[in-house]
Write a protein that binds this ligand. Structure first.
Ligand code: SAM
Length: 311
């Protein structure tokens, strides 16, 4: 089933909190780096119109197509870019979105992508081992699973899946290669990592690791965060929702570093870095969804939002 034939939209996480965090201004200019099916973008457009503008970016052409149709009524207030947010600065300059009042990242994948077996993100439905956000990209999860040397595959599962059973899983994968489908892989993981994963399906972490590797998620996030500084106008807000600790650590470290005047190593006698703070952290640490939201939308349970303001 293609995303285009799916009727439901992704349920946006922390929606009210995101609107507040962005400090939305009537007539303001905002960038949604992870458009998805436009839930956050639509609410932002409602608050900033008339006069406001929103640029929505997504690597997934199907998400762009759905949202183009869904948000059609906003006409010239909405610009869309089917691109990777690692090119954030270039995309914004091309669309004349510089400076902006706020930038939003709602990381990971949408429920539509997860629910579309042909995209290969889910270990619960059978599909090809794909996991690409962008269908233009060549590298798929099958390429990684079937060609990566065993030791490197083990490391990848341990680092990106935070799964200490990486070596066992990689060994089993290499014994059974080629692996072509999601259920085949999920089955192997279950065999090699039985019992001690508690309530979590043992495939969860390996699938997370492969998705991160296929889409170079961590590197792209770091690149885009760096670029966001130059795009934010004075008092502009940077709002990031992450769904696992690897992403959250990148966001936390980035915001903390950018909130400091000096980033020299500890015990350096005098400052040599020449760095000056570019951001002020807003709030005390992370914002998480209330119990009512988690009940209504269990996918939101791992969401962590961080906010910073350009100074
Ligand atoms: C959690 S969904 C966003 C949902 C959206 N906030 C909504 O309300 O519908 C994440 C989206 O970001 C996109 N995405 C992830 N990484 C990306 C990247 N590096 N560049 C562009 N889009 C990306 C995915 O394709 C997916 O559609």
């Amino acid at each position: 089933m293609s995303l285009l034939t799916t009727t439901k939209y992704h349920n946006p996480v922390l929606l009210e909190e995101v609107k507040q965090a962005l400090n939305l201004q009537l007539g303001g200019r905002y960038v949604d780096c992870t458009l998805g099916t436009g839930g956050h973008s639509m609410s932002i457009l409602e608050e900033i119109s008339p006069g406001g503008q929103l640029l929505g970016i997504d690597a997934d052409s199907e998400a762009i197509a759905i949202t183009r149709e869904r948000l059609d009524k906003y006409g010239q207030s909405l610009a869309l870019a089917n691109d990777n947010f690692k090119n954030l600065k270039k995309i914004c300059v091309q669309h004349n979105f510089n400076p902006v009042n706020g930038i939003l990242f709602d990381l990971g994948l949408s429920s539509l992508q997860l629910g579309d077996a042909s995209r290969g993100f889910s270990f619960q439905t059978d599909g090809p081992l794909d996991m690409r956000f962008s269908l233009l990209q060549k590298l798929t999860a099958a390429d990684i699973v079937n060609t990566t040397p065993q030791a490197k595959l083990a490391q990848l599962i341990e680092d990106y899946g935070e799964d200490y059973r990486g070596r066992q899983i990689a060994k089993r994968i290499v014994e059974e290669r080629p692996i072509t489908s999601t259920l085949q892989l999920a089955h192997l993981i279950r065999q090699s990592a039985s019992k001690s994963h508690g309530k979590i399906n043992p495939a969860t972490k390996t699938f997370q690791a492969l998705r991160i590797a296929v889409n170079r998620e961590l590197g792209n996030l770091k690149t885009a965060l760096e670029q966001s500084i130059d795009l934010l106008g004075f008092n502009g807000r940077l709002v990031v929702i992450s769904y696992h600790s690897l992403e959250d650590r990148i966001v936390k470290d980035f915001m903390r570093r950018e909130a400091k005047d000096c980033i020299c190593p500890p015990l350096t006698p005098t400052c040599v870095c020449g760095h000056t703070a570019t951001l002020k952290i807003i709030g005390k640490g992370i914002i998480t969804p209330p119990a009512s939201e988690i009940k209504a939308n269990p996918r939101s349970r791992s969401a962590k939002m961080r906010i910073a303001e350009r100074i």
